[in-house]
Design a protein around this ligand. Structure first.
Ligand SMILES: C[S@@+](CC[C@H](N)C(=O)[O-])C[C@H]1O[C@@H](n2cnc3c(N)ncnc32)[C@H](O)[C@@H]1O
Length: 434
């Protein structure tokens, strides 16, 4: 794809994100970028512009005499990607300006050539002042939406600046080794032999951090199912469930199946594992993961809250509820969350999380254990959801998670995002008395 077309495509994606018409996962596809290099650059520009969106937008406001019209959202996106490239990429300045200006024609907005040219050149002339001025607002300083900064300040009075800083980093690529089939050290050696430097994780005995991300095709034994891509925080899950042979397990929000597969890889002879999700497309990915890893589960597409539609009445010994959430713990992997998530989403998510807990509780055997987890760092979805549930469900008992890791909360334990390590993740154990 030619450079101007590529920038126009990036601008279009950004405009659609701003209009809430999809996510990076659905909008950024390999549709028409012929070559690997072009796609990598498109990905870099779009991810990077989302990561720094709020800071770039604060700068752009200083450079524009008046805001652009809603119908010019693509032009707004184009200006932001221009600013992103000038600030963060090692592309020569003249090339950024020329290609971004040329992209106006691809967008059918040749009339904006002068405007784009002037904005980018003015930025180059005054960038130190502009960046400092933009940093006078919270959004401009931390490159996050204001509501999220405020919520994090409230939830994490000591840790919030570090959380914001970590969210602006690029995430490491983390692998999960199936340690029943190959010891982690042996896999580290296999990576080394393949020319890939990596280090072992410290939270689990299965996690490996690659020094540099790479395509899964380059990973030794990937097709043979010895290794999967999964953040280390998620890999903590099986160790919190007191698994044993003969148990019947429910993974209630299972797709695309990272945790389902890990539970099955733990090697216990479960009497069954039901992998439930209400999204058939995501379940298709779960089935592909099971196939690649040579694992088996009973896959069910249903709304977990409508237990009468999918539950046969046989109780489960263990339930994993990896609940739908704001995903604020994995912003560095999905920087579009900064644009897509709204403060008004949080009470709705909280209500869904509580309903899931309440409905699934009936499916848990007396003496059984439910593990509630989210990839959120917001107390409202974590400790507070669990507190509300415990208040309404008299027979539910919170069980403390012992550990040297993360932060102990009123209920449960929280991992915060760590640049060299895990994503932000929350866990709480709830026991049904025998
Ligand atoms: C955090 S993701 C789960 C990730 C998964 N556990 C893994 O490790 O790959 C949350 C999942 O909940 C599913 N979900 C949301 N509402 C649901 C509901 N009412 N019933 C069942 N699944 C639901 C979503 O489709 C999504 O796949």
């Amino acid at each position: 794809m030619n450079p101007a077309k590529l920038r126009a495509r990036a601008a279009g994606i950004l405009a659609r994100l701003q209009q809430q018409e999809g996510s990076l996962a659905t909008l950024l596809t390999r549709r028409d970028e012929g070559d690997e290099e072009g796609f990598a650059l498109l990905q870099e520009i779009v991810f990077g512009t989302c990561r720094w969106f709020h800071q770039l937008d604060a700068i752009l406001k200083l450079l524009l005499d008046k805001p652009l019209k809603t119908k010019d959202a693509d032009l707004h996106g184009l200006l932001l990607i221009g600013l992103y490239q000038l600030q963060h990429l090692r592309v020569p300045e003249y090339a950024v300006v020329n290609e971004t200006v040329a992209a106006t024609k691809v967008l059918g907005k040749g009339w904006a050539r002068g405007l784009v040219n002037a904005v980018l050149r003015n930025f180059l002339r005054e960038q130190t002042d502009l960046i400092a001025k933009a940093a006078e607002s919270l959004e401009g300083q931390y490159a996050h939406p204001r509501w999220l900064i405020k919520t994090l300040q409230q939830d994490w009075p000591e840790q919030w600046p570090r959380i914001l800083e970590q969210n602006n980093q690029r995430p490491p690529m983390t692998l999960r080794v199936n340690t029943r089939r190959m010891a982690r050290d042996a896999y580290l050696q296999a990576l080394k032999n393949a020319g890939l430097d990596a280090t072992a994780g410290t939270l689990t005995d299965s996690a490996v951090y690659l020094d540099k991300p790479c395509s899964v095709d380059r990973l030794p034994e990937f097709d043979a199912g010895l290794v999967s891509v999964q953040d280390e925080a998620s890999q903590v899950i099986p160790s919190l469930l007191n698994l044993a042979d003969g148990q019947r397990i429910l993974d209630a929000c299972a797709a695309p199946g990272g945790k389902t597969c890990h539970l099955l890889e733990s090697g216990y002879a479960f009497s069954g594992l039901v992998a439930l999700d209400n999204d058939e497309r995501r379940l298709e990915r779960l089935r592909q993961n099971l196939d690649r890893l040579h694992l088996e589960a009973e896959v069910v597409c249903a709304d977990a809250t409508a237990t009468q539609s999918w539950w046969d009445g046989t109780p489960f010994d263990r339930i994993l509820l990896d609940a739908p959430c704001s995903a604020t713990g994995i912003i560095r992997r999905h920087p579009d969350i900064k644009l897509l998530r709204r403060s008004t989403d949080i009470p709705k998510l909280q209500a869904l999380q509580l309903l899931l807990l309440q409905r699934l509780w009936a499916c848990l055997k007396p003496g059984g254990l439910l593990l509630y987890s989210t990839c959120s760092v917001l107390r409202a979805e974590n400790s507070q959801t669990v507190a509300t549930f415990l208040k309404t469900q008299g027979d539910a008992k919170h069980e403390r998670i012992d550990g040297q890791w993360g932060v102990e909360c009123a209920f449960g334990r929280q991992l915060l995002p760590d640049s060299a390590g895990n994503d932000g993740f929350y866990f709480a154990r709830i026991r049904k008395p025998a």
